[in-house]
Design a protein around this ligand. Structure first.
Ligand code: 13P
Length: 157
């Protein structure tokens, strides 16, 4: 069965101050903290949010203002996914652990699916996060294409 897809894309304008989600699995938290420390001044110019433990570790270690959602296994990934669906997230930095199976793997997969669907830039490791934060798009207004949700609703009627 094929699912209806939005036939068109619409434009979404992002302000220079991006909404950036920070998430790391336990085995990757030190790596994220090291990376975030290198980008602290840049991150401070944006609006930060994250899953519970990641957000509190980044806030405590780097003195940054990070809105903490639920911890990942308790639904934090789903909350970030909801932000994407509601167009309240611009950038996803998610250091997921390729060695550790998680009880909430379905939530992780759902989050990455929504990021792919809504054309959200995702960095899963320090190298890709370096590329992302060094992009001029981070500090400027930026227009991206996203699926036309209205179109989608119409196709399902
Ligand atoms: O499990 C996570 C993402 O899937 C991260 O959750 P915490 O930031 O609460 O550790």
């Amino acid at each position: 069965m094929t699912h209806p897809r939005p036939a068109r894309q619409v434009q979404r304008s992002l302000s220079p101050r991006k909404r950036v989600a920070l998430i790391a699995h336990d085995g990757k938290k030190e790596e994220l903290l090291e990376w975030a420390g290198r980008w602290r001044d840049t991150l401070a110019q944006h609006q930060l949010l994250g899953t519970g433990t990641t957000a509190s570790r980044v806030a405590a270690t780097l003195g940054l203002d990070v809105e903490g959602l639920m911890s990942g296994p308790l639904g934090g990934d789903q909350q970030i996914g909801a932000c994407i669906a509601e167009q309240r997230l611009d950038v996803l930095i998610f250091f997921w652990d390729p060695f550790a199976p998680m009880p909430h793997d379905p939530d992780v997969k759902a989050l990455l699916r929504l990021a792919a669907l809504w054309n959200i830039p995702v960095a899963c490791n320090a190298a890709s996060a370096d590329f992302m934060l060094s992009s001029p798009c981070m500090g400027e207004s930026y227009t991206m294409n996203i699926p036309d949700a209205g179109d989608w609703v119409a196709a399902r009627r």
